[in-house]
Design a protein around this ligand. Structure first.
Ligand SMILES: [Zn+2]
Length: 461
């Protein structure tokens, strides 16, 4: 039996074996990258490819007139952002959450706020107004806890889920700010789940961890997990068995980090990390079991016997900061043979290219039809050569490109360049609609955030 030490790192295999980090055999290169970064503090110093891509694809840029770590999203980036936001909403609704909106700053003269904020130390962003000092929220906890504290809750209401897409603020050190990965202002789709007791919390926690992992798979990656646990929790055989069952569910080795009991409000805090091709660790999804804040924020429910009880609270972000997910998507894209984004989130899904002026009206009509069918299509109507326009669509990673000339105007099939397979396919308009619809099924949709004609767009689009 291992002796778990605070500050110690261990490896848990899928068969339940636990090793100290010195003895462990690490099978996976992503896990090795996590161990190097977390245990040995050796982070990848390679430049993150997504930083170049956010400029090249005109997604986002730094805002010099603001504080460092605040970005400006250009129309294409804003569209990607909103689609991700819609996805978080889809997940919250599917999980049966209650959707709220709460203020962004909180008065530090309240004990509950200052105690919670103290855990953040240097990273807290403050705002002064008159004689009062406020902490800018770093997630949605304050507002949601305050609402729950003011509510009369019954055991029948639990497990209770509450969700907010919260703009959040952390005063990261300047040297730590990396592209979209680490910012001072970001958006956290923050959900809290109130549970009757630790038993129910464990069940809900396992479900939500499963959901976090599945969402990663849907986006096309496997997470590499870091389990932070309190000494008390992991020393209890029931706690250790629980951790083993989670690792088994994951189907991958995980890194376990033990912290002093009572040091944090949680007893288990899982970070699901995206590992880039360069070995950079991006914490992209998270879940924690909190046993401290119900007391601190005076949140209670009435049990079957009419007694007041403290719930156990799960904190989770299935998509953990939209900006980081954008970084993940771009990092993932850069590692592919044909760099690309999933079609549902591509700012332009279909590009229509007209051959000369004679086919322009046809091209516009076709693009309009596609947009009516909830497909983002535009027209490159500039007076450039077809070859140049096709090359341009490639630079923008547009998945479907349709060149229309005399043949198409006269009613022929469309000749569609499908980027993912590097092939030109003949299809009717209906078949094109069906193909794109099939590929984007179940994901959110938003219309174009810019002019349908490429010639009518300012240089920042
Ligand atoms: Zn929280």
């Amino acid at each position: 039996m291992l002796n778990f030490q605070p500050g110690g790192y261990y490896l848990v295999n899928t068969d339940g074996e636990v090793y100290s980090i010195e003895e462990a055999r690490i099978k996976d290169r992503n896990l090795q990258a996590l161990v190097d970064s977390e245990v040995y503090k050796k982070s990848s110093t390679k430049r993150a490819p997504h930083i170049e891509l956010m400029k090249k694809l005109k997604v986002a840029g730094y805002e010099e007139l603001s504080d460092p770590g605040h970005v400006i999203f250009k129309p294409k980036g804003n569209l990607i952002f909103d689609l991700l936001a819609d996805r978080t909403l889809q997940i919250a609704l599917e999980l049966g959450a209650n959707l709220v909106k709460t203020p962004i700053f909180y008065d530090l003269s309240f004990k509950s706020i200052s105690e919670h904020a103290r855990l953040f130390g240097q990273r807290m962003y403050k705002v002064k107004s008159g004689k009062r000092t406020f902490a800018l929220r770093y997630a949605a906890c304050f507002g949601q806890f305050s609402l729950l504290s003011d509510s009369t809750l019954s055991y029948r209401d639990l497990p209770l889920k509450i969700f907010e897409l919260a703009d959040s603020y952390r005063l990261e050190q300047r040297g730590e700010l990396i592209g979209l990965n680490r910012l001072r202002k970001f958006h956290m789709p923050d959900m809290h789940i109130l549970c009757l007791n630790i038993k129910e919390a464990k069940i809900e926690f396992e479900k939500i961890c499963k959901r976090c992992l599945e969402e990663g798979h849907r986006f096309g990656w496997n997470y590499t997990s870091l389990y932070n646990v309190s000494k008390d929790f992991i020393e209890d055989p029931k706690g250790l068995d629980y951790v083993r069952s989670l690792v088994k569910m994951e189907g991958n080795q995980v890194l376990l980090h033990v912290v002093e009991s009572g040091m944090y409000y949680w007893i288990i805090n899982i970070e699901f990390n995206f590992v880039s091709q360069q070995g950079r660790i991006i914490e992209s999804s998270t879940a924690q079991i909190d046993v401290g804040n119900a007391e601190r924020f005076n949140i209670s429910y009435v049990d079957e016997e009419g007694k007041e009880r403290r719930p156990v609270i799960i904190h989770t972000a299935v998509i953990g900061s939209l900006e980081r997910f954008m970084a993940d998507l771009l990092e993932k894209a850069s590692s592919l043979k044909t760099p690309s984004l999933p079609t549902w989130i591509c700012p332009v899904q279909v590009r229509i290219i007209n051959v000369g002026i004679d086919s322009l009206q046809f091209a516009i009509k076709l693009a309009e039809n596609l947009n009516i069918n909830s497909i983002r299509a535009d027209v490159d109507d500039r007076s450039e050569s077809v070859a140049k326009k096709v090359a341009n669509a490639e630079v923008e990673w547009i998945p479907y490109v349709v060149v229309v000339g005399k043949k198409e105007v006269e009613g022929g099939n469309l000749s569609v360049r499908v980027r993912s397979v590097r092939k030109k396919l003949e299809m009717s308009e209906e078949e094109l609609v069906k193909t794109v619809k099939e590929e984007t099924k179940g994901w959110p949709y938003r219309p174009l955030y810019f002019n349908i004609l490429v010639s009518k767009r300012p240089s920042f689009v």
